[in-house]
Design a protein around this ligand. Structure first.
Ligand code: SS9
Ligand code: ZN
Length: 779
C-alpha cells in the first residue's frame, strides 16, 4: 500500500504529520502509552461439567468444544504469542449486575443436587441443563470475561479473547436459557460501565442465535449498543421470538441502540456477513464511537454448524475482527463460546470451529487477514434484511438516513407463512488451513524527501530510490505526457515511490508510504509501475477534495487505457464539505470497502490529498488513518502476510503508525454526513452497485419505488429535515440523485474507469461466478 500526498499550497508538510507535532493531542502517538499484546484467558476447569441425562435439546453442548479450540490455538503457535491470564470466579455482587438475587440463590443450590433434582431444575428453563459443577464453571466463565475486560481497560493488553463455557448470551435476569447460566457479556458491559465509567459500550453478537438475554439487559440503555445477527427465518428458528426481528430497536432512552439483523434464510456466506458490516454495523458503530467493544463470539455462525447452517468460512472471522479492531482504540474483548456438535454429526468438519477461533485470534494479534472467497454479492434475502434494519434505524442514525422503506414482499415470503424452505448450500466445504507465509522482516517502507528523515521511524524501513527517469515514468503511464514530469522534484519523488513499491512487491514489507509533490501523477505512476511489474489488480483510491478529483480524472484515463492485461479500479468520491466527518466514513464503509473486497486487489494505492492535509482539518487525518487500517484488513494479505506479531509500534505519527499496525485513534461520536455528501455517496452507490455486488444495501424494490415517485416527491423532500420527518418517508434523495446523474455524466468518472474494465464482466454479480471473477483480469 502506498500513501502519497501533495504538499503544495502550504499544506502541512509530511514530517509534521508523521511525527504528530501538531496541536491535536489525539494525533501524537506515544508507544509507551499504547497498549500492546493480546490476552488469552482459559481454564480447563470449565470443561468439567456435562449433560448427565438424555436431553436431545442440549446434546450438542459438550465439553470438547472448549478444549478443541484451545488445542488448535496451541498447535498453530498462537498460544505462545498471547499473554496468558488466569481465570477467577466472579463474585455474587458481579453476578447481580445482570441477574436477580432470587435467580442467583436458586442456581447456588445446584451443586448439592442429585440427578433428578438437576433434571427438574433444568426443566424450569428452556434448552439448558444443570450439573453439580456448572455453578462453579459459570462463575469462572464470567470471572474470565471480567478479567479480560480489566486487562484491556487498564492497558495491560490491547485486546484479548476469553475461551469460556458455559456461554452467556441467552441467559436472562431471572432465567437460564440456551446452554447459558450467567450472561457473561451483559455482566461485562455493566461492569465496564460501573468500574471504568464508560458511557459507550458496543456489543457485537455474531453467534448464529439471537442473544435475547443481552437485548433484554440493555433494551432501554443508550450507553450499550447491541448488534446481533441471527438465523431467524421469520421466527421459525429458535428462540422464535418476535422481538428478535429488525423492528425491535430498543425502548425509551435506549431506542435506536438495539440492532437486530435477522437472517431469513440459511446459507449466509462471507459476502452476506461483510455486507452486514459495511452497510449496518460499521457505519453505526463509528457514529456511536464505543469506548470498548465486546464480541459475543459464537462460531455456530460459521460453515459446518448443524444448527446454524450458514456458509461463512472461518477466514471471514478474521476480517470481521479486523474491521472491529479500529474501534475504541483497539480495545476489543472477544468472548468465545465455541460451539461444537458431536463429531461426525451431519458431516461436520471439525476444522471449521478451530479454524474460526484461530482466525479470530490471529486478527487480534495483528496478523493480516487471509483472502476471502465468494465475495461477489450478498444474496437477495440478505440484502432485504439489511434494507429492513437500515429502514428501521434510519431515524436514529445519521449514517443511515436514506429514506428507505422496509421490504414489503420478502423473497422468503413462503417461510414467513410457515412453508418449508429448501435448504441452500449450508454445508459447503471449509477451506483447508494453509500455513501462513513467512512474515516480512519489516512491516512498512517509508520514503520521505531528503532532509526529512526522522529517528522515530526506526520501526519502519527507510527507503530511498534514485531519481526516476522520464522514460521510466512514461512507461508507467503509457507515454502520456504529463507536464509535472518535467519537474526534477517530481522525478525524485517518483524514484522513491518506485523503491517503496518494489519493496512491497518483493514482499520485503507489507505496506509503505511515500511523500510526493504531485499526487495524481504519482498515483498513476504507482499503479502503472505495479501493473508493469505483474501485479494483477491495482485498486487506486483517491480520497480528497474537488481539486484532487479533477486532476486525477486525467491520470486515470491515461493509465487505464493501456493496461490490457490488468484491471485497475479508481474510486474517487468528491466530498463537498471539507469539514465533513460522517461523509468520509460513509464513503469508506459503503463504497471503498465493498469495492475493495469485491475487487480483491493485489495492491492498493491510496492517494490522500486536498482536505485533511492542512492544519485546519486535522481530524480528517485521523480518519484517513482509519481508512488505511480498515483497508489493511483486506489488503495486507495480498501483499505479504505475516505470522509474527508485529513489533511494538513507534510514535511515528498517525499514518506511519497505522501502517505499522497500531490501533486507530478514537474518533469520538460522529455527526451525520452532510446532505450533499450523503447524496454524492448515494449517487456513487447507485452507479457502483451495478458492478460491485457488495455495494448494494437495498433491494430492487426500493429502487423501482424511488424511480416512480421521484418527480412528485423531490420538491417536498428538499425542505424536510430528518429529525422532523418521522413517518412520512419521501424519496427525495433518490429522485434528486437520478436527475443529477442524468444531467452530469462527467461527474462520475470514478465509476466510468471501473465500468470500462468490467464492461464485459456481466457475470460477476452472480455468486456462482465469484471464483471466475477473481481471475478475469486476464480476460
Ligand atoms: C430448541 C433448540 C435449542 C439451543 C441452542 C443454544 C445455542 C447457544 N429446539 N437450541 S449459542
Ligand atoms: Zn448460538
Amino acid at each position: 500500500m502506498v500513501i502519497s500526498k501533495t504538499n503544495e499550497n502550504g499544506a502541512v508538510s509530511f514530517e509534521q504529520l508523521l511525527i504528530g507535532e501538531d496541536t491535536d493531542a489525539g494525533l501524537t502517538r506515544n508507544c509507551f502509552e499504547m497498549a500492546s499484546g493480546s490476552a488469552l484467558i482459559y481454564d480447563e476447569e470449565m470443561t468439567q461439567y456435562k449433560l448427565l441425562w438424555d436431553y436431545p435439546e442440549c446434546s450438542i453442548e459438550v465439553p470438547e468444544r472448549l478444549c478443541v479450540s484451545h488445542t488448535a490455538l496451541k498447535s498453530q503457535g498462537l498460544l505462545e504469542r498471547c499473554v496468558s491470564l488466569p481465570v477467577r470466579e466472579a463474585t455474587e455482587e458481579e453476578i447481580l449486575l445482570a441477574h436477580s438475587a432470587e435467580y442467583l440463590a436458586a442456581v447456588k443450590t445446584t451443586p448439592s443436587m442429585n440427578l433428578e433434582e438437576l433434571q427438574a431444575f433444568s426443566l424450569q428453563y428452556e434448552a439448558v441443563y444443570f450439573h453439580q459443577n456448572i455453578y462453579h464453571c459459570a462463575k469462572l466463565a464470567l470471572g474470565a470475561t471480567l478479567q479480560l475486560v480489566d486487562s484491556v481497560m487498564t492497558g495491560k493488553v490491547r485486546n484479548g479473547m476469553a475461551l469460556v463455557r458455559p456461554p452467556g448470551h441467552h441467559s436472562q435476569h431471572s432465567a437460564a436459557n440456551g446452554f447459558c447460566v450467567f450472561n457473561n457479556v451483559a455482566v461485562a458491559a455493566h461492569y465496564a460501565k460501573r468500574n471504568y465509567n464508560l458511557t459507550r459500550v458496543l456489543i457485537v453478537d455474531w453467534d448464529v442465535h439471537h442473544g435475547q438475554g443481552i437485548q433484554y439487559s440493555f433494551e432501554d440503555d443508550p450507553s450499550v449498543l447491541y448488534f446481533s445477527w441471527h438465523r431467524y427465518e421469520h421466527q421459525q428458528f429458535w428462540p422464535n421470538l418476535h422481538e428478535s426481528d429488525y423492528n425491535a430497536v430498543g425502548k425509551g432512552k435506549g431506542t435506536g441502540f438495539n440492532i437486530n439483523l435477522p437472517w431469513n434464510k440459511v446459507g449466509m456466506d462471507n459476502a452476506d456477513y461483510l455486507a452486514a458490516f459495511f452497510h449496518v454495523l460499521l457505519p453505526v458503530a463509528y457514529e456511536f464511537s464505543p469506548e470498548l467493544v465486546l464480541i459475543s463470539a459464537g462460531f455456530d455462525s460459521a460453515v459446518g454448524d448443524p444448527e446454524g447452517h450458514m456458509s461463512a468460512t472461518p477466514q471471514c472471522f478474521a476480517h470481521l475482527t479486523h474491521l472491529l479492531m479500529s474501534l475504541a482504540g483497539g480495545k476489543l474483548c472477544a468472548c468465545l463460546n465455541p460451539s461444537l456438535p458431536p463429531v461426525f454429526r451431519g458431516g461436520y468438519n471439525l476444522d471449521s470451529l478451530s479454524q474460526s477461533v484461530c482466525q479470530t485470534m490471529r486478527a487480534l494479534l495483528g496478523d493480516p487477514a487471509p483472502p476471502l472467497s465468494g465475495l461477489a454479492a450478498p444474496c437477495v434475502s440478505a440484502v432485504e434484511s439489511i434494507q429492513n434494519v437500515r429502514a428501521a434505524h434510519q431515524q436514529y442514525w445519521g449514517c443511515l438516513s436514506q429514506d428507505l422503506l422496509p421490504v414489503s414482499e420478502p423473497s422468503t415470503k413462503r417461510l414467513r407463512e410457515g412453508g418449508e424452505e429448501e435448504e441452500s448450500n449450508g454445508q459447503s466445504a471449509v477451506e483447508s488451513a494453509q500455513a501462513p507465509p513467512a512474515a516480512p522482516p519489516m512491516r512498512t517502507a517509508i520514503a520521505t524527501p531528503a532532509g526529512q528523515e526522522r529517528s522515530s521511524l526506526e520501526q519502519s524501513l527507510r527507503v530511498e530510490g534514485s531519481p526516476a527517469t522520464l522514460e521510466q515514468a512514461a512507461r508507467c503511464i503509457r507515454g502520456a505526457a504529463l507536464k509535472s514530469l518535467e519537474d526534477e522534484k517530481v522525478l525524485c519523488s517518483l524514484g522513491n515511490l518506485f523503491a517503496v513499491l518494489d519493496k512491497i512487491m518483493k514482499k520485503e514489507v507489507r505496506n509503505g508510504l511515500a511523500v510526493v509533490p504531485d499526487l495524481p501523477t504519482a498515483a498513476a505512476c504507482a499503479a502503472g509501475h505495479a501493473i508493469n511489474s505483474e501485479t494483477d489488480r491495482v485498486l487506486v483510491v483517491f480520497l480528497g477534495d474537488e481539486e484532487v478529483y479533477c486532476t486525477s480524472q486525467h491520470c486515470n484515463q491515461q493509465f487505464l487505457q493501456g493496461s490490457s492485461l490488468c484491471v485497475s479500479v479508481l474510486l474517487c468520491v468528491p466530498l463537498q464539505e471539507s469539514e465533513t466527518r460522517g461523509g468520509l466514513l460513509q464513503v469508506l464503509f459503503t463504497l471503498v470497502l465493498p469495492v475493495a473486497y469485491g475487487f480483491g486487489p493485489g495492491l492498493v494505492v491510496t492517494a490522500l490529498g486536498g482536505w485533511g492535509l492542512s492544519g485546519a482539518h486535522q481530524p480528517d487525518w485521523q480518519r484517513a488513518c482509519l481508512s488505511l487500517i480498515t483497508l489493511n484488513a483486506c489488503i495486507d494479505s495480498k501483499t505479504s502476510p505475516s505470522t509474527q506479531q508485529d513489533s511494538e509500534a513507534q510514535a511515528v505519527g498517525p499514518i506511519g503508525s497505522s501502517l505499522l499496525g497500531d490501533p486507530a485513534p478514537v474518533l469520538g461520536p460522529q455527526p451525520a454526513p452532510s446532505r450533499e455528501d450523503a447524496r454524492e455517496v448515494e449517487r456513487q452507490r447507485q452507479r457502483l452497485q451495478q458492478h460491485w455486488g457488495l455495494v448494494q444495501a437495498a433491494g430492487e424494490e426500493r429502487s423501482h419505488a424511488a424511480a416512480g415517485e421521484e418527480r412528485s416527491h423531490a420538491a417536498a423532500g428538499e425542505e424536510r429535515s430528518h429529525a422532523a420527518a418521522g413517518e412520512e418517508r419521501s424519496h427525495a434523495a433518490a429522485g434528486e440523485e437520478r436527475s443529477q446523474a442524468a444531467a452530469g455524466e462527467e461527474r462520475s468518472h470514478a465509476a466510468a474507469g471501473e465500468e470500462r474494465s468490467h464492461a464485459a464482466a456481466g457475470e460477476e454479480r452472480s455468486r456462482a461466478a465469484a471464483g471466475e471473477e477473481r481471475s478475469h483480469a486476464a480476460a
